[in-house]
Design a protein around this ligand. Structure first.
Ligand code: ATP
Length: 725
């Protein structure tokens, strides 16, 4: 019998399911509702389900899992903590040695990262603590639920036993069934109440279990989050480690750089020491230089003062020199005459017909400034001039004699330098000269350029222009005219001479109106002009000189200052003065020779008139004297260079030329005046000649300036004419 069997410990659901529902309900309480009848099996099923879950929870290792998870969490957290601690220790541990080397920014960044990491670890620890506490509380609740369940099982067992007893009593005795049924109903009601209570407890446990499941899920999720955080922290730790490695690398680099910088600093310090020494040296040198500079400055100031003094004295002395120069010119006379003897030429040259002519020399030089022509063995003639140059005299020596005249032109006087002599005697050589030994013309212009350049430095401005004129067959030809082609017939525009008297030309008026004047700025331009004029010059062969010039050539140089005042230097290469009979010319050349002789005679007449102080000077007798009249009067200076052939064959011609020169040497043109003082129309300026000198003073000055002994008052010109007959 089931009711007499010992009540075994069984599940509450098994006990409940073994109760016969119909008999219990129909006999104990006919008022139970149908849904109440269904409630019991559902509750049993539910309880079974909960028990299964509970058993599953108990036996399935839910607590174990929670503990394992927590352990894992703890392990992970500890590992994370250890890693972080190791990172922190690694980072912090080396800080002592490295901290000083790291830059401030790097240190701050590292400290901030560490702080953040530590805070996160602290937060994780607190979370773990909270979870552990939560898990403990859940375990307690589970224990309580288990105990309540055990109590409910015990109660259910008792109820089942009671039910079994009731069923046994019902079976044995129908009578007692009713009474027993009532008792059973009461017991059933009590059981039902207990069941309701148990059910409520189960529901509560179910809620708790559900809560525990939710908490478990939350804990799992949280654990997952923690794992993720751990992963993140590990990656942060790895990043921190790599950052630390990077920092270490940077530190190493920094150390290397620091070492390099230290070496550079050492080197720079060495250099700085050197530079300081150099600076000290330079400072000393600068001080010395400064001292030198001061001394130099004071020397310079003294030199400047001396220079000013010198300049002042120079100006005074220049004025004095000019004055003395003029006095010397007065003493020398305004016509100076010198003689130049050409060197002997080989046979055939210069018209020499034989070796005998070439060898025989008819000239000797007894004293300084004299020469003697030996016309024959019994006849000789001696002449004295301002200067006598033998055949060995250079162009430079001859120019030295001429230079004062050039200076006079620069001082404002009209000057005329004439080369006179027979054909082949060296006139052209003296005036023009070859390219490698330029004559007086080129040297005079050179000297004038030098003078004007020096004046320019003193602030004076003077321009130089030149003209070239040929007097051929008593007609004038402009050698620089563009229409002149060099042939006598192709005469350019006809030129004539102004009718104004000597020295009476108005300022700005031309002695030869229409004559071409070329401005020249240097010797090169002068040479070009001379070449052009020389090319245009008419030449014709004669027996005496294959290249004898048959015309007078005038190179005129005009100096004009900024005020319009001008002075002229005439450089005249006269045509040959030989006798016509000897030249054996005829026709056109005879005509040329006659014209030459006529003009040279006119020149001699002018000189004769000046010598005799005649009231009338016949300038108009030839074109040559007309053109030169302003330079053959009292307001000018004249230098006549008498050129002489040394050969015996030319002795007579030489004597003739020297007689001409002697006459000229005795001429006094009158008181010297500057070029612009001659006419009322011209501007007047100081003569610079100074007051008239006593003869004694004049002799003294002349001796002083010329350095030559005086001739003892002996007249220049022909000294002796020794004739054996
Ligand atoms: N002092 C000198 N030194 C060297 N050679 C000279 C000298 N004088 C003249 N001669 C030479 O003598 C020759 C004739 O000279 P130059 O032509 O100057 O004579 P000139 O008097 O001008 O003749 P012309 O009246 O025909 O013009 C030339 O060959 C020239 O080089």
């Amino acid at each position: 019998m089931a009711a007499s069997e010992p009540i075994k410990q069984r599940r509450l659901s098994d006990l409940l399911s073994s109760v016969p529902r119909s008999s219990v309900l129909s006999s104990a309480d006919s008022t139970l509702a149908a849904d109440e009848e269904l409630l019991v099996p559902r509750l049993v099923a539910r309880i079974a389900e909960l028990e299964e879950k509970l058993y599953a929870a108990e036996g399935g290792g839910g607590g174990v899992d929670d503990g394992g998870l927590l352990d894992r969490f703890g392990g992970l957290l500890r590992k994370a903590q250890q890693g972080l601690d190791a990172g922190i220790a690694y980072v912090v541990g080396d800080q002592d040695a490295q901290q000083a080397q790291l830059s401030q920014v790097t240190k701050e960044a590292t400290a901030k990262a560490l702080l953040i990491t530590i805070r996160k670890l602290q937060s994780l620890k607190a979370e773990r603590q909270r979870l552990e506490e939560s898990s403990a509380s859940l375990l307690l609740e589970l224990d309580a639920a288990r105990q309540a369940l055990t109590a409910a099982q015990a109660s259910a067992t008792a109820a089942a036993q009671a039910e079994a007893a009731a069923a046994a009593a019902a079976t044995s005795e129908r009578q007692a069934v009713g009474e027993t049924a009532a008792a059973a109903a009461a017991a059933a009601a009590a059981n039902r109440a207990a069941l309701v209570t148990a059910t409520e407890q189960l529901l509560a446990l179910q809620l708790v279990a559900r809560q525990a499941g939710a908490d478990h899920a939350a804990a799992a999720a949280h654990s997952q989050q923690l794992e993720q955080r751990v992963v993140v922290l590990q990656s942060q730790l790895a990043a921190a480690q790599s950052a630390a490695a990077e920092l270490q690398h940077q530190l190493d680099c920094g150390r290397l750089e620091s070492e390099a910088l230290r070496q550079q600093l050492t080197a720079a310090a060495g250099e700085a020491e050197g530079a300081a020494a150099d600076a000290e040296h330079l400072r000393a040198a600068r001080a010395a230089l400064s001292q030198d500079l001061n001394e130099t400055r004071s020397r310079l100031e003294r030199a400047q003062m001396a220079a000013e003094d010198f300049q002042c004295r120079f100006l005074q002395e220049r004025q004095e020199r000019r004055s003395l120069h003029e006095q010397l010119q007065v003493l020398r006379g305004n016509i100076r005459v010198c003689c130049r003897v050409r060197p002997a030429l080989s046979a055939g040259a210069g018209g020499l017909s034989s070796e005998k002519d070439a060898a025989a020399c008819a000239v000797s030089y007894p004293y300084s400034g004299t020469l003697c022509i030996h016309a024959s063995e019994r006849r000789q003639q001696e002449f004295e001039f301002d200067a006598v140059f033998n055949g060995e005299a250079s162009q430079v020596e001859v120019f030295d004699e001429v230079a004062p005249m050039v200076r006079s032109c620069a001082d404002g006087y009209n000057v005329c330098i004439l080369a006179y002599g027979q054909t082949g005697s060296g006139k052209t050589h003296t005036m023009m000269g070859p390219g490698d030994a330029p004559g007086l013309s080129v040297r005079a212009l050179q000297a004038l350029f030098g003078i004007t350049a020096a004046e320019q430095a003193d602030g004076q401005q003077r321009s130089i222009s030149v003209s070239m004129l040929e007097v051929y067959n008593e007609s004038l030809r402009d050698l620089l005219s563009s229409s002149s082609n060099g042939s006598p017939e192709a005469a350019s525009k006809p030129l004539d001479v102004s009718a104004m008297g000597a020295g009476q030309l108005a300022a700005g008026a031309e002695r030869v109106p229409g004559l071409t004047w070329r401005a020249v700025g240097g010797v090169e331009e002068v040479l070009a002009v001379l070449e052009e004029g020389t090319k245009n010059r008419s030449t014709a062969s004669t027996i005496l000189n294959a290249h004898s010039s048959r015309s007078h050539a005038l190179l005129s140089v005009r100096l004009t200052d900024s005020a319009g005042r001008s002075s002229v230097l005439h450089l005249v290469d006269l045509a040959g003065s030989e006798r016509i009979a000897k030249s054996e010319v005829a026709g056109q050349q005879l005509k040329e020779a006659q014209a030459i002789n006529k003009s040279l005679s006119a020149l001699g007449d002018v000189i004769q008139s000046l010598q005799s102080k005649s009231a009338h000077v016949p300038y108009r007798n030839s074109k040559l004297t007309q053109v030169l009249q302003d330079s053959l009067c009292g307001s000018s200076k004249v230098l006549l260079v008498c050129c002489v052939n040394p050969e015996a064959a030319s002795a007579q011609e030489s004597i003739s030329s020297l007689n001409f020169a002697s006459r000229a040497a005795q001429v006094e043109l009158g008181p010297i005046k500057k070029a612009n003082e001659g006419t009322p129309a011209s501007r007047r300026q100081s003569t610079g000649a100074g007051p008239a000198l006593s003869p004694l003073a004049a002799a003294s000055i002349k001796s002083k300036l010329s350095g030559t002994p005086q001739s003892g008052g002996r007249p220049r010109g022909v000294l002796r004419d020794t004739n054996a007959h």
